[in-house]
Structure formats: structure tokens, C-alpha cells
Design a protein around this ligand. Structure first.
Ligand code: NAP
Length: 501
């Protein structure tokens, strides 16, 4: 049952003002507007909770993560009902995302139980070393303190209230204060109820988790500026992420801001692969581009191809595959408007060719397809900006040298993809050092949508794909964002953290 309230350190708190949800279909609900005062209460409780939670055993935290997963599953039908209503995403998609969310929580439980993430090191004392003896040195990763989490509209479960950032922070031993997303406040609340139930069941400190609904931008701003917050996990737009990142950097005590932002995820189509299976690549691209109305940060918006008759066939096949795709509901009215504005921005570039025009209005999206030359791409930086939605751009380069120039001109990306056959190996090898510098994940012969939650996954990349290229927000490595190394010199065993034993 929805209450419309914030969860602040175990208490369900109403506000003086409310805002209304804007569901794609179904009932409108009212939610309390968050304030800086709510933020202050939640963060102070998180800091208090850190003194026990930050020193809890890995087994205790694993039990919490598993219990949250169980409680989310127990509310599965309720979450799907409110989630589909608020976001317009289909049931099957939300059910899949719920599985990913609970799987992620359980993966972190087993990951911390293994203990490798602590990266324990020991340099034994060398008392007889000349000219100076070496002290006994031990190192271990320790949790950093209260963490703020901002989810994105397009993953109301897996990148939201109890999504990857929250799971990683809790696994590390960091209490979490979530700023609820205004596009899915009800979904956020039900998930918060699940976390609250898990904490109650295990008798853990209620300050470990709070959810403050938004409604006004000052909630998020005061959260990242709160002196007791030690890091921020953010998934969302470049504009929003940059604004909050700058606030973090301007604090008297600057803190790390782990922003996962937008990307155009270019694909490089090499000649032999295009010859052998250009049509199949075009069909696969159309599927990946339009999946979920193109509302994925890994959506492959750009295909770079060398001019040839096979390139003409690829263009034709892509247009044919995209033409029958009907209108899909977008996550919010604002995102639908931004999609159309993005389309106008691309269409306004001199010399651009419009291959597929379609009409969409209200909260709907239909695909758009454009083509340009390598030269126009290199002259128009605007073409490299993300259009969030099912918009594709084919960049026809004159030769492989120009393809290399396009690759070198890219800003940071979450992913870059190569489509290649055995005869393309030399070109592939030439591109690899460039793509590796540009992206967090480089794929061969696939499509970047669908991010595996695993030990080797990197979901990040150089700016503007993320604000911190050393980090990932998906997979077990993401726990490193909420840890810092501490060295213990000549420390008696009784004073060392239990994890050394
Ligand atoms: P968004 O508009 O940036 O919102 C994300 C969160 O930040 C919301 O809670 C929002 O508050 C808050 N926010 C935004 N601007 C703010 C500001 N100036 N001050 C304070 N708070 C602010 O992003 P979105 O529309 O939810 O998500 C779509 C974007 O996310 C796309 O660009 C997509 O590519 C990207 N994305 C990236 C990844 C990744 O892993 N890299 C994954 C998924 C999505 P409100 O609730 O008030 O709007």
C-alpha cells in the first residue's frame, strides 16, 4: 500500500507539501515533497548508523542484502503494477528488471562473503633491514561513510532505490540516503518498504537506509552538499549529473561523485562483415536501437560504415527494419519532448539526410533514421550528443582512414562496438587502441544493450559517459567506489579490523 511518505531512518514521514505523480496510465498519486530538513535528518541518522553498520560483519551485511531481495520478491506483483503505471514500461520488462535487481543484491551478498574485495595486503616487518628497519604494514579497503544515491528514470528498479548503487554501498558497509526519482515515486516507495522490512526483520539500525522523495530540485542539491555525505552514486542525464558533480567539487570538503551519464555508443562496421552479413547487422541494430523505446544508456545511436554498394544495402536494410516499428510510450512527457527536440537538433545540421521520418506526439516515440558523411560528422560536434530515444545516425566515411578519424574524434563512451569478420582483423587491430581509450566496454559482433551483471563488467567510461573513468556502476567491481584503502602500521592484532582475522 502506498503512503506517499518519505522513509527517514525507519519512520514514514509526511511533508507540508505534496506533488502528483504523472503515470503513463492508471491512477495519479500524491507524494510528500522532500526538503533540506528531511535530508539533514536522514543523513545524520545515516552517520549514526555508520558506527555500527560500517563495522558489521560481512555475514551480517550479506544477510541484509539477501533479505532485501526476498522482500522485493514478496512485493513483486505490487511493484510491477505501480511500475508499469508510472513508467509505461511493459510488464515483462519490469519483471525482468526485478529479477536483475534481486540477482544483483544476492550477487553482492556472495561477493562480500568471499572477501577478495577487501584486497588485504601484508608487508611483514623487517627489523634488521639496513639502513632502516621496515615496520609491519597491513592494508585493507574500508567503507567510506554515508552515501547519496540518485537513480535514473529508465531503470526504475535496477538503477534506482535498491539498484546497483545501493546494493554496492550497503555491501561495502555504507548507509544510503536515496533521492527518489520523480518519474517513479510509487515504485520507489514500495521498494523502500521492502528495505525497511528487511532492516526490521534483522533488527538493524534504521538509519542504514532512507528514501526522500523529490518534488523539488533542492532535495538533491542539499543531499550532495551535506557535510556528512562521503560519496554520491548518480545515474541520469549529462546536464543533471554535471550540475550535481560541480556542487560536489565546490564543497568545502569535495567528495567523489560517481555519475553514470549518457552515451551514443558508436558501432564500427568493417567491410568484410558488411559484405557477408550487412543485412543481418542492420536488423540487429534496429532491434537494439528501438528496444524499450530506445531509452537505454547503451543504445547504439551511431553506425559508422565505409562508403560502398554494400553500405547502400545496409542503409536500405536498416530503413526497412525500422519503418514498421510503431509508437512506444516514453518514460515521461519531458523525455518525449526532449526526444523530439533532439531530433530537430540533428535534422538542423547542414547536409544531413533524413532516411526515415515518422510522426510521434504526446508521450510517444517512433524511430528516426539519419545519414551523414564522415566530414559532416567531424565538422559538427552536435552529432555526437546523445538523443535519448530510438534515433539512429549512419555515418558514411570515405575510407578506413576517415573511420579512424571519426573514432579519434569521439568523446567518452559507455560502449564501442566492432562488427568484423576474419578478413577485417587488421582494421580491427588498428581501431582497438583508439576504442579502448574511448569506452568502458568494447564489444565485437554484438549489440551493447543488455549489460551483464558480473565480475568482469565495466559500465562506465571516460567523461561524459561517466564522471569517474576509474569506476563501474554495474558488476561487483562497483563496490570499489564506496571503499578507501587504510594502512595499519605496527598495529597490535587486537586493534585490527576483524576482517584481517
Ligand atoms: P535526470 O533527469 O538527470 O534525473 C536523474 C536524477 O537526478 C533525478 O532524481 C533528478 O531529479 C535528479 N536531477 C537532475 N538534474 C538535477 C539538478 N540540476 N539538481 C538536482 N537534481 C537533479 O536523468 P533521467 O531522465 O532520469 O535519466 C535518463 C538519462 O540517464 C539518459 O541520459 C541516460 O542515458 C542516462 N542513463 C545512464 C545510465 C548509465 O549507467 N550511464 C543508465 C541509465 C540511464 P528529478 O526526480 O527531480 O527529475
Amino acid at each position: 500500500m502506498l503512503t506517499g511518505k518519505h522513509l527517514i531512518a525507519g519512520n514514514w514521514v509526511a511533508g507540508d507539501a505534496t506533488f502528483k505523480s504523472e503515470p503513463a496510465h492508471g491512477d495519479v498519486h500524491e507524494f510528500a515533497v522532500g526538503t533540506p530538513a528531511h535530508v539533514d535528518t536522514a543523513v545524520k541518522a545515516a552517520e549514526e548508523a555508520f558506527w555500527s553498520f560500517g563495522y558489521s560483519s560481512r555475514a551480517e551485511r550479506a544477510a541484509l542484502l539477501n533479505a532485501i531481495a526476498d522482500e522485493i520478491e514478496a512485493r513483486g506483483a505490487e511493484i510491477t503494477a505501480i511500475g508499469t503505471s508510472e513508467t509505461g514500461l511493459p510488464e515483462a520488462r519490469l519483471e525482468g528488471e526485478r529479477g536483475r535487481t534481486t540477482g544483483q543484491l544476492r550477487l553482492f551478498a556472495s561477493h562480500i562473503e568471499k572477501g577478495d574485495y577487501l584486497d588485504r595486503r601484508h608487508d611483514e616487518a623487517l627489523p634488521d633491514r639496513a639502513p632502516l628497519p621496515r615496520p609491519d604494514l597491513r592494508m585493507m579497503q574500508r567503507p567510506i561513510g554515508p552515501v547519496a544515491v540518485f537513480g535514473a528514470s529508465n531503470f526504475p528498479l535496477a538503477f534506482s532505490t535498491a539498484g546497483g548503487d545501493t546494493a554496492a554501498a550497503l555491501a561495502a558497509g555504507c548507509p544510503v540516503v536515496v533521492k527518489g526519482h520523480s518519474a517513479h515515486p510509487g515504485t520507489g516507495e514500495i521498494v523502500a518498504q521492502a528495505v525497511d522490512a528487511a532492516l526490521n526483520k534483522l533488527g538493524m539500525h534504521p538509519g542504514i537506509f532512507s528514501l526522500i522523495q523529490g518534488g523539488k530540485r533542492d532535495v538533491g542539491q542539499s543531499l550532495v552538499q551535506h557535510p556528512l555525505i562521503k560519496a554520491v552514486g548518480f545515474t541520469g542525464s549529462l546536464a543533471g549529473g554535471r550540475a550535481l558533480f560541480d556542487l560536489c567539487a565546490q564543497r568545502p570538503e569535495p567528495i567523489p561523485f560517481f555519475g553514470e551519464l549518457g552515451s551514443v555508443n558508436p558501432m564500427f562496421l568493417l567491410p568484410e562483415a558488411v559484405k557477408a552479413r550487412g543485412e543481418a547487422i542492420a536488423k540487429g541494430w534496429a532491434g537494439s536501437l528501438t528496444m524499450g523505446a530506445g531509452q537505454f544508456c547503451t543504445n547504439p545511436g551511431i553506425s559508422v560504415i565505409i562508403d560502398s554498394p554494400e553500405a547502400d544495402a545496409f542503409v536500405e536494410a536498416a530503413t526497412a527494419a525500422l519503418s514498421p516499428v510503431g509508437a512506444q510510450t516514453m518514460l515521461t512527457d519531458g523525455i518525449a519532448q526532449a526526444y523530439r527536440a533532439g531530433r530537430d537538433r540533428v535534422a538542423g545540421v547542414t547536409g544531413i539526410q533524413e532516411l526515415l521520418t515518422s510522426t510521434c506526439d504526446l508521450r510517444n516515440a517512433t524511430p528516426y533514421l539519419f545519414a551523414t558523411t564522415g566530414k559532416e560528422w567531424l565538422d559538427n560536434e552536435i552529432l555526437g550528443e546523445e538523443v535519448f530515444g530510438p534515433l539512429g545516425l549512419i555515418v558514411r566515411v570515405s575510407d578506413f582512414d576517415e573511420m579512424m578519424k571519426v573514432a579519434r574524434s569521439l568523446h567518452g563512451q559507455l560502449t564501442c562496438t566492432l562488427h568484423l569478420d576474419a578478413g577485417d582483423t587488421a582494421h580491427g587491430r588498428a581501431l582497438m587502441p583508439v576504442l579502448e581509450r574511448k569506452a568502458g566496454r568494447v564489444l565485437a559482433n554484438g549489440f551493447p544493450t543488455g549489460v551483464e551483471v558480473a565480475d568482469s563488467m565495466v559500465h562506465g567510461g571516460p567523461y561524459p559517459a561517466s564522471t569517474n573513468f576509474g569506476a563501474t556502476s554495474v558488476g561487483t567491481l562497483s563496490i570499489r567506489r564506496f571503499l578507501r584503502p587504510v594502512c595499519y602500521q605496527n598495529m597490535p592484532a587486537d586493534l585490527l579490523p576483524d576482517d584481517f582475522n
